[in-house]
Ligand binder design. Sequence first.
Ligand SMILES: O=C(CO)[C@H](O)[C@H](O)COP(=O)(O)O
Length: 231
Amino acid sequence: MCGGSSCLQSIIAPSALASDFGKLASECQRVLDDGADWLHMDVMDGHFVPNITMGAPVLEWVKKAIPDIKMDCHMMVANPLQWVEPVAKAGGYQYTFHYEATDDHMAVIKEIKKHGMRAAIALNPSTPASVLSDELIAQLDMVLVMTVWPGKGGQKFMPEQMPKLRNLRERYAKLDLQVDGGVGPKTIDECTQSGANVAVAGTAVFGAQDVKQAILDMRKSIDGQIAKEYK
Ligand SMILES: O=C(CO)[C@H](O)[C@H](O)COP(=O)(O)O
């Protein structure tokens, strides 16, 4: 997971989808205090997925409450280009759009970069890694391999997505690779052994008895794999 002088790092991004939305900002602060790096913000528009969650105005309030938060915005939306500017203005740190939602991926990436955010693409379970060309990857900061069908939290982890992750890691040693869906201390080892270094976990973090320990367990798994492969 290293290349040249730069190595990958473990990044733990609890999904706010599993938090109490009635006190969203304090829920985000709570997991940051317990060791989270980013907050994964699931934006659903009711079109790309059959569910509606939050939009840019909600993100803006969270950013106001926690100015140094890194909001990892997972855009499950039918028109990813439309929301780049509002999410950037709301304080988004990373903008992840779905490969399946557009034919003009470069246009969305250019818009994201223009607005100063990290750019990432998410792949649904049925979308193979082969759709991502080297040219596209060169413009990306991260690829998200979905380990559930997007649309709701608390679903069962799909181990059959691991070969896709492994394929991407073999092709791109330095790229941040994120897993999302059913990820937690029980499933993280499979993910890290297949090359993931960024873990999204909703239920497994917000529902944990000991949030700090859940985050630590996932970080240990990722860091252990990085150390093992590049000792
Ligand atoms: O993208 C998502 C759903 O579309 C969520 O981020 C994901 O499912 C996380 O929830 P959990 O960890 O509870 O499975």
